[in-house]
Design a protein around this ligand. Structure first.
Ligand SMILES: Nc1ncnc2c1ncn2[C@@H]1O[C@H](COP(=O)(O)OP(=O)(O)OP(=O)(O)O)[C@@H](O)[C@H]1O
Ligand SMILES: [Mg+2]
Length: 393
């Protein structure tokens, strides 16, 4: 771990909900549970959420209870109430105190020493545990949320998690707005793309690079990028982060979808991972093919149950409260978990950028050979590799 995490803010302890409010809420819940012979037996409070838990008995009509979420919303005068069963407890989960969770709060020893280099920080769950995601296992992530719900902040925290540990990755960001993911100017392994035409070229290039990696692995008998690394060959992972995917689809049409689907289908074994965010999770943007190939989903606050179902195949996203409040469905998990996403401010991004660039010297000026000095038979434009065409203009 290098010391870049000094750039990140930290909390000195969290506020909790006022005592009187908790007492009132427990009373409101108990009056609803009374007819079932239940009452709140335990409370779990995290920096941004609170859970009231009631011990169930085998003869409780749990099905009926779980359908009462509207009643709990009314009783607690709060739209964000979520109720579910966990083992033998009924959990009534709602928004708690208004603490911001900074990235610095979850830079724990686990993160520092995690051997998986693509581990990124997501936030804290309702019980206050830190939630991390290993992009290598995800292997691609789809993020959806209404405007202001925290998509760009989530993408920025993912990027910062990779940069703060100097992970061996090349990051490509596509941000057609040009304002959201542009904080890492001059950081050598971050390639920021804002033009949709350029984005398509880069996606085509990444597909080519994926095919090249596959060809290499097939030729030398490696199963995936991990086995290439195990053989001592250094290969960077590639993380492609696309903000405002719907805009890109609208501006560039089907070709974007084709490239993204190709990458999503095959890129994991080649060490390429996608993180795609969209404001409009409609079926024409989050198409069946994209959904089928991107198993990990992050649903921030969306505007309707329909959008929530498109992302998570269930309701719930419409009840979230915004500002990084999310439902996180891990690859292979049955149920999403509620997480409060961590936050990174512009000044933290700037501090990180400075720390990453201060030691980098100006690139030496290349002196091209004089044309007349070349022998006549070699007097031709050498075929440039695709990489040179795209990056070394
Ligand atoms: N995890 C978080 N913790 C606290 N506040 C947050 C968090 N995420 C977002 N916010 C707040 O919400 C604001 C909007 O977040 P963000 O810019 O990420 O939204 P967005 O979904 O990208 O919106 P848009 O679609 O308009 O680009 C941020 O400026 C910040 O104030
Ligand atoms: Mg945004």
């Amino acid at each position: 771990m290098n010391n870049l995490d000094f750039c990140l803010n930290r909390n000195n302890g969290y506020e909790s909900l006022p005592y009187e409010q908790k007492i009132t809420e427990i009373a409101a819940i108990n009056s609803l549970l009374l007819s079932y012979g239940l009452k709140v037996t335990r409370m779990v409070e995290s920096p941004r959420m609170i859970q009231y838990r009631a011990q169930l008995t085998p003869d409780t009509n749990t099905k009926k209870l779980l359908k009462m979420s509207e009643n709990f919303c009314i009783a607690l005068n709060d739209d964000s109430v979520n109720i579910f069963r966990e083992k033998s407890e009924l959990v009534i989960e709602k928004r708690g105190a208004d603490n911001t969770i900074f990235m610095g709060d979850i830079v724990t020893d686990y993160f520092r020493t995690s051997v998986a280099p693509l581990t990124v920080m997501l936030g804290k769950d309702a019980e206050g545990n830190n939630v991390y995601v290993d992009l290598a296992k995800t292997p691609h992530v789809l993020v959806a949320g209404a405007t202001g719900s925290g998509k760009s902040v989530t993408l920025n925290t993912i990027m910062a998690s990779l940069l703060v540990r100097n992970a061996p990755v090349d990051i490509f960001t596509v941000d057609t707005k040009g304002t959201e993911l542009c904080g890492y100017k001059n950081v050598s392994n971050v390639h920021a793309i804002t033009d949709p035409e350029e984005a398509i070229k880069h996606l085509a290039y990444l597909c080519k690079r994926m095919d090249d990696r596959y060809a290499f692995m097939a030729k030398y008998g490696y199963r995936d990028i991990e086995s290439v690394r195990a053989a001592g060959i250094k290969v960077n992972s590639i993380v492609v982060i696309i903000d405002e995917f719907a805009d890109l689809m609208l501006l560039s049409g089907k070709s974007v979808e084709q490239y993204v689907v190709r990458l999503a289908q095959k890129a994991r074994a080649a060490g390429i991972h996608l993180v795609i965010a969209t404001q409009r999770p409609t079926r024409d943007v989050v198409t069946g093919l994209i959904k089928a190939n991107i198993p990990t989903r992050i649903c921030l606050k969306v505007t309707s149950g329909l959008e929530s179902r498109i992302i998570l195949d269930r309701n719930g996203g419409e009840k979230l409260t915004g500002h990084g409040d999310m439902l996180y469905l891990a690859n292979g998990a049955f149920e999403p978990i509620r997480v409060q996403g961590c936050f990174i401010s512009e000044s933290e991004v700037e501090a990180l950028r400075k720390a990453l660039t201060t030691n980098i010297k100006e690139e030496p000026v290349r002196v091209e050979p004089q044309e007349r000095k070349l022998p006549p038979q070699r007097y031709y434009e050498p075929p440039k590799s695709l990489f040179q065409k795209l990056f070394k203009k």
